[in-house]
Design a protein around this ligand. Sequence first.
Ligand code: CMP
Length: 139
Amino acid sequence: AGNRTFTMIKPDAFEAGNSGAILKMIEEAGFKIVAMKATRLTQELAGKFYAVHSERPFYADLCKYMSSGPIVAAILEKDNAVEDFRTLIGATNPANAAEGTIRKIFAKSIEANAVHGSDSDENAAIEGSFFFNQYERVI
Ligand code: CMP
């Protein structure tokens, strides 16, 4: 057991064929995959997922980008999941991400930054429920 976080492998990383390498890093860091799927967001769904950023200047571009191609959505489990996952992925802007982090290795820009990671336990639960119903979250 442990607690949970939510991640997406974003369109840039999916399109580049980096999903497998990213999932390998996630598993090697001790995260268990609880639920996972490849899917694609519409612009409207991306807008709902990122509603918390709706007043930000980058919101419209972000919604376009996040609906531009397939993604992988996954619920992950580990002790201290939210914080440990944010450490594993590195800073939002890959220019500021630490060596060896997923974003340092795979991100193309501050927007096309390879992966998403929840920023709190509360948001992890909300974001996981956005993509997975109760029957898909039973592990
Ligand atoms: P994520 O961690 O998924 O949360 C919000 C996303 O918005 C972020 O990753 C980036 O993809 C994007 N983002 C955050 N800040 C900026 C910015 N300053 N310019 C463009 N995109 C951003």
